[in-house]
Structures are given as structure tokens and as C-alpha cells.
Ligand binder design. Structure first.
Ligand code: GCB
Length: 594
């Protein structure tokens, strides 16, 4: 799915700003016809933002159900005759959209884009009303899954994951044009052979019978390096300048549709990084060179705006990662805004791209989140309908992110049950589907503590072993010597059994900024440093370990709970990005800074 761009034949208009907003606690909105205009009591709210923390009101923060948004947009008169599309970067977790009272789109999945052709519905040169209802409810059938308890005080959303269930319109809403004959999709796969690069492209068009596809590749200075015609071909790039970690060199691939005239009917530009990714024994290779992942599991999480994309936090977070010497991160536990991947492409930051599949694990849910005991895989819990939703989030992730050079690995789930026959039956087709959709990248999942190589039954389906391990925190808390022995024993066991690269995708300790101790006491800044030091000693002794992603980059909001003090405090930075002592320690390890 192409991102909207301004090109010689296309124009876009962001609809961000203040929209009208109305919670719908009783679910009256549809019956009362709110798609034809929100009731008089509607307030103003910023888009994009989570709605939860904008107002000092528990009813908004803890709302379970639907919430309505409305705005009015003047569609430029010059857009008459163009194809006009309304596109949401994301709406969490489910949305229905009306334009001028006509339903135009419906989408499930809170972290991927969706769009509607509204050409026949909007009136260029006039004001047009856009109404959106978002639903934050998670059920067994949704991805991620969850369930709702009906209590005397109203519905309570039960979560199977460790982050606040922020909701709303989280990313930019675009209105954009294309010509009626247009470039619908482009897929690029690149290769390297010595100093020669290859860019294989496939173009999908719409209403373009009899038109010619012409493709031009230009280097970063704008000089043409290759061209071709036809919907599919391979471009050869002599003296190629590869994309590689630390340097996000990008070519520009312009795809045009030509008819009889002397200008293209449609034109679309895509940034292309020429690079290869490969797993070779216990090594993870980018451009044939072993790559060691240094970085974090992150969240899209910041004060007040919640889960919404924010360019200020994005650039600041990347600057802090650079200051630390981090070279990569995982989009735990959902696809991040497209702007984040564009930025990573341009700056040579490597990304493990994760789906929304988090919480597929009854052991964890009951133990950590206080859920009622349940069987993970069953017709009443995570069953075929949930699996379809999972398949769909994989599809939407790959459709959106397949052309990003920064993305080197698909993570199709975080900490699922992985020790039962049912888990194998559940994952086997999903891995096959991921490979069918993209044969150019390895596939992995983040494995939960306790699912060690003796009991795990799904790791052989995947290319890379990703482990979330909390030795020194949830296991052997306060006893780093025991933690060190256990961690090392387990890592060697994984390496011996599978002979695949291992990335530690989570390790860390909750740490209260400002809490100090002369001894390594859990929650102190000193303990977080010592736990990281202990982990690194072990990683450095196990050859198969090719990556270390600390959990987490920054403190983040969670549901209330006795294990959480104002949120999850495993950040190396506080939620407002002040460094803990561990930040300085990591900078010494990763940058050699003193
Ligand atoms: C995990 C989860 C992550 C949690 C983290 C923790 O294993 O993947 O979502 O936040 O542990 O801090 O408990």
C-alpha cells in the first residue's frame, strides 16, 4: 500500500488539527444518527492524539467502547476531475468512516493504514463533513486479543499485554488525489553483487489499459542511473552505493504512467535503498557483513498525546539513540507510524518490524495481568477467527512496509504460547503466509521467558531466535550471580540446539529515576546498570548472540497494577526522556564514550 505523496500528478492535504469529539458510553451514536452531525455537547480534541489523557477525566481515560470524531474540510476546487482518496494512518482499534453522511470505510486493526475512494462523495470547492467512530474494545477475535468484563460499574477492558490501551486517531489523516489511471502499488526487491546493485520492481496499476509504465532510478544527487519500461523488470545499478546500517543512502525510483501526451498521466516516487539481508548459520548478514543489533524495544508512547505519532518525540528519540550508539530497534508491539520507518530509512537505522500479535499466551496473562485462567488456543479464546485477524495484520504490515530498506526482519508475534501442539498448529500457516508475502526477509517471533529450548516447539519454523529474558528481574531478582549462570546456560542451550542467530529482544529492570543504593538493590539506578553489565558479559561469551535490545528505551504508560508504579519503569530514559544512569553506561558500551 503506497504512502500518499505530493508528486507532479498528485496532491495531498493533511486534516490534522482540532476535530469535534464525543464519547459514546452507551453506544447511542448510530441510532441517534451522529454520522449526520455530532450532538451539541461535543468538545474539541487534537488529531492525531490518543483521547485518553487529554482531559482530566477518568471517564475519558478509562472509556470502553466507541468514541466519535468529526471535522469539516474544504476540498480544493481544482481537485474536480481527480480521483480523491481519504486515508487514515491508523485509528485504534477499529473504525467506521462517513463522508457527508455516507459510509465510506470500515477497518479493524489499530496500527495500519486504511483508505477510501471518496471521489463520488466529496464536493470540490465546498465544505465536506468527515465523521469517524473509533472503538477501543479488544475481544478474543481481535488482534491483539483481549476481553471485556461486564461489571456493576460498567464494562471493564481486560488486557493481555503490558501497555496502556490508548485509543483514538493516532496518525495523520490525509485527503489526496491521484489521476483516474494511476499507479496503485509498487514492490521493490534489491540485490547486490560486488559493486553492482539490482533493483527488481513490480508495478500494479489501475484503469491503465494501453498505458505504458516507465521507471527511472536516480541517485541521491538526482542523476539518472537506470531506467526501464513495463510493469515488472530488473534495473542494474553500476557502482552502486548500498544502503547500510549507519548510512541510509537512498535512490529515488520514479514510476510513471504514459499515454499519448507529452507528460505522464501519473507519477509516483519511492525511496529505494539497495541492500541485502540474509541469515547464514549463526550470523545475521546485511550486505554480506555480520550485523550486531544494538538498541531497544520501544513504544509509541509520550505524555499527554499517548500513542499518537509526534515528529518532536520521533526526532528526539532517534537523536538519543544516536547519542547512545544504538543502531536498531524493534517496533514492539505493533507497527509504528510510516514516518518513523521513513526516518529510519534515511538515517540508516535498522528495524525489526512487529505485528500487533501480543498477548497470545494464557500463562503470561493469568500470571502477570491477573486475567482469569483460560486456555490459549480454543474456539472460545484464540481460535480460527483470531488467527484470521492475525493473518490480516501480517498482510497489512507487509503491504505497508515491504519497500523499507530499514526493515530487515519480520516479528510476527511477541511472547506467544510456544510450547504446545496447538501453538505449532497455529503458527505454521502464519509463518508460511509471511514467507509467501515476502521471501526477501527472515521471519521471527519474540520468545517468552520459560519457553526454553527443552519445551519450545515452534522455533524451528523461524529463521532467527529472538528471546525476551528477565534474569535478574522476574527470575533471580536481586541475585545477579544466579541470574548470570541461568542466562548463560540457557543461551548456550539455544545455540547448541538450533544453530541460528540469537537476538535478545528484551532484558532489563524496572528502575526509579533518583533511587540510589550502595548495594545492587532492585529498582535503583545502580541495579539497572549492574543487570545490563551482567547480561552483556554473558552475551559477549555466546557467539550466536547477534543482538541486544534493552527493554525499554523509555518508561511508558501501562494499566494500573501492583507491579507497575506509574507505568512500566524499565526505560533507560524516563517517559519525558531524562537519562537514568544506565543511559550513560550504554553509551560507554555502544559508543566507547567515557
Ligand atoms: C515482556 C513484554 C513487554 C513487557 C515486559 C515487562 O516480556 O514483552 O511487553 O512490558 O516484559 O516489562 O514486563
Amino acid at each position: 500500500m503506497l504512502a500518499p505523496r505530493d508528486t507532479p500528478t498528485r496532491e495531498r492535504k493533511a486534516l490534522d488539527g482540532l476535530w469535534k469529539f464525543q464519547l459514546d458510553a452507551d453506544g447511542d451514536g448510530r441510532a441517534e444518527g451522529w454520522s449526520g452531525g455530532l450532538p451539541a455537547g461535543a468538545v474539541e480534541i487534537p488529531v492525531p492524539a490518543s483521547y485518553n489523557d487529554i482531559f482530566p477525566d477518568a471517564a475519558v481515560r478509562n472509556h470502553v467502547g466507541e468514541a466519535w470524531y468529526e471535522t469539516t474540510v474544504r476540498v480544493p476546487a481544482r481537485w474536480a476531475g481527480e480521483r480523491i482518496v481519504l486515508r487514515f494512518g491508523s485509528a485504534t482499534h477499529r473504525a467506521v468512516v462517513w463522508v457527508n453522511g455516507t459510509k465510506v470505510a470500515e477497518h479493524a486493526g489499530g496500527y495500519t493504514p486504511f483508505e477510501a475512494d471518496v471521489t463520488q462523495i466529496v464536493e470540490p470547492g465546498a465544505d465536506n463533513r468527515i465523521t469517524v467512530v473509533v472503538d477501543n474494545v479488544l475481544r478474543w477475535q481481535s488482534m491483539p486479543p483481549g476481553y471485556v468484563d461486564e461489571t456493576p460499574d460498567g464494562p471493564r477492558q481486560r488486557l493481555l499485554f503490558d501497555f496502556f490501551n490508548y485509543a483514538g486517531i493516532h496518525r495523520t489523516v490525509w485527503l489526496y488525489t491521484t489521476p483516474h489511471a494511476y499507479v496503485k502499488d509498487v514492490t521493490v526487491v534489491t540485490d547486490l553483487s560486488g559493486s553492482t546493485g539490482a533493483v527488481h520492481y513490480d508495478v500494479e496499476t489501475e484503469a491503465a489499459d494501453g498505458l505504458e509504465v516507465r521507471v527511472t532510478l536516480r541517485d541521491a544527487g538526482g542523476a539518472e542511473v537506470a531506467h526501464a519500461s513495463g510493469a515488472s523488470a530488473e534495473l542494474t545499478v553500476a557502482d552502486v552505493h548500498p544502503w547500510h546500517p549507519g548510512e541510509g543512502y537512498l535512490y529515488d525510483l520514479t514510476v510513471e504512467l504514459w499515454g499519448e501526451g507529452d507528460a505522464p498521466l501519473d507519477s509516483y516516487s519511492l525511496a529505494v535503498g539497495v541492500r541485502t539481508v540474509e541469515v547464514d548459520g549463526v550470523r545475521f548478514l546485511i550486505n554480506g557483513e555480520p550485523f550486531h543489533f544494538r538498541g531497544f524495544g520501544k513504544h509509541e508512547d509520550s505524555p499527554i498525546r499517548g500513542r499518537a505519532h509526534d515528529a518532536v518525540f520521533m526526532v528526539h528519540d532517534f537523536a538519543l539513540m544516536d547519542w547512545l550508539g544504538a543502531n536498531s530497534f524493534r517496533t514492539s508491539h505493533y507497527p509504528y507510524a510510516e514516518e518513523v520507518l521513513d526516518y529510519a530509512d534515511r538515517h540508516g537505522i535498522v528495524v525489526i518490524d512487529e505485528t500487533t500479535a501480543v498477548g497470545i499466551n494464557s500463562g503470561l496473562a493469568a500470571g502477570v495481568f491477573g486475567a482469569e485462567p483460560f486456555q490459549t488456543f480454543s474456539p472460545d479464546t484464540i481460535g480460527p477467527v483470531t488467527q484470521d485477524a492475525h493473518r490480516e495484520v501480517i498482510r497489512e504490515l507487509i503491504a505497508r512496509d515491504k519497500n523499507h530498506p530499514c526493515v530487515v526482519l519480520w516479528s510476527i508475534a511477541n511472547e506467544p504460547e510456544s510450547i504446545t501442539e496447538e501453538s505449532r498448529a497455529y503458527f505454521e500457516p502464519l509463518v508460511a503466509e509471511t514467507r509467501r508475502l515476502d521471501a526477501s526477509r527472515p521471519v521471527a517471533f519474540s520468545n517468552v521467558q520459560g519457553s526454553d529450548p527443552d519445551v519450545d516447539v515452534i522455533t524451528d519454523l523461524f529463521d532467527v531466535i529472538m528471546l525476551n529474558r528477565y534474569f535478574g528481574w522476574y527470575v533471580h531478582a536481586g541475585d545477579l550471580a544466579a541470574a548470570e549462570r541461568a542466562l548463560e546456560g540457557e543461551l548456550h542451550a539455544w545455540a547448541d540446539k538450533h544453530g541460528k542467530p540469537i537476538i535478545i529482544t528484551e532484558y532489563g529492570a524496572d528502575t526509579l529515576q533518583g533511587l540510589h543504593d550502595v548495594l545492587p538493590a532492585p529498582w535503583s539506578e545502580e541495579y539497572q546498570v549492574e543487570l545490563l553489565e551482567m547480561s552483556h558479559r554473558v552475551f559477549d561469551r555466546v557467539d550466536a548472540v547477534v543482538g541486544e535490545h534493552v527493554w525499554n528505551f523509555a518508561d511508558f504508560a501501562t494499566a494500573p497494577g501492583i507491579l507497575r508504579v506509574g507505568g512500566n519503569k524499565k526505560g533507560i530514559f524516563t517517559r519525558d526522556r531524562h537519562p537514568k544512569a544506565a543511559a550513560h553506561y550504554l553509551r560507554r558500551r555502544w559508543r566507547g564514550a567515557v
